[in-house]
Design a protein around this ligand. Sequence first.
Ligand SMILES: *Cc1c(COP(=O)(O)O)cnc(C)c1O
Length: 390
Amino acid sequence: MTENTPTTGFNTRAIHAGQDFEPITGAVVPPVHLSTTYAPEKIGQLRQGYDYGRGTNPTRDSLQAQLAALESSKESARAFTFASGLAAETALIMGVAEPGDHIVMGNDVYGGTYRLINKILGRWQMTHSVVDMGDLAAVEKALAAKKTKILWLETPSNPMMKISDNSALAELAHAAGALLVVDNTFATPYLQLPLSLGADVVVHSTTKYIGGHSDVVGGAVVVEDPQLAEAVQFQQFAAGAVNGPLDAYLTTRGLKTLGVRMDRHVSNAAQIADWLTSQPGVERVLYPGLADHPNHELAARQMSGFGGMVSVQFTGGAAAARSVAEHTRLFQLAESLGGIESLMNYPAEMTHASVAGTELAVPDNLVRLSVGIEDVADLIDDLDRALKQV
Ligand SMILES: *Cc1c(COP(=O)(O)O)cnc(C)c1O
């Protein structure tokens, strides 16, 4: 079942798309193809289209087919996987844009995305502006101010958990002749399908929920338009930031269970967010599933679940946030997110240190929880203990 099969459900596609059994032995798990090179029948006549591992590799193809089938039901959908999320973003931008092109991005995009566009692509004469994606008039103005190649959206955003209107932003981008790129790392295709809401490109850090076990770094670009696919594929081949076969295999193995993991992440996060709202010392809980979240209705419309990420702000300021972050036991203090184990992050000095002092800076009384799939009662006990230390 290498074709996209839109008639089957998400979990069926996650387990079967791109996962044909191995024809010689019948092995139901396709083998990991480590070989870097392939012997042709004769000069100029490849056996199955494979010649050299940077260009194509069967294990990477298997992951790419699996991911494409999950992000889109269109026959033309193609996914391309890379050594990291940022490698995927770099390949996309270098593949579709030119020096001098302009990018408009949300004021809450992933710090590494901002750094890439600002510090690296800036040196290649690309310009950018930063805008509140929740303010459609401001986005329209930014798009009108300068001919724009890419509108870059992250929803839910990190770590403020803002939800922006994918469909409305797609319309604005297209009216301005720009591509809408959506970083779907936080929601995953299980909870949100940006291409079906008008986006042109989805990017992922597969390091997070897609791999799901905090043991493999990777990234992906997914598109439906054949010309975009050609541009990204050429970049993948010619610039070469590919993921290796073992990494591709681990990512495929994680992706097979994305649906069941997300169900538990979402249910645990919802219970924790709810519990946190009634705790002393908590100023604000940022979770799109809460009825008082400013974008709750939009989230309910645009997503099929509210995700596994919860941010919390404390009345006791930075000292309280730091103390909570350092006193949990099950929630481990670490960057990253989306693994089965719960993680605690202090963005101001960890994940978002690179944007300190910029318009993307994060409040210093905030911690971000990546809620894992442990027993929720144990996670709440853990947070309870840490909150009582403050
Ligand atoms: C982690 C992350 C990235 C970057 O991905 P890497 O795999 O670390 O290169 C991009 N966007 C979001 C939302 C992320 O969380």
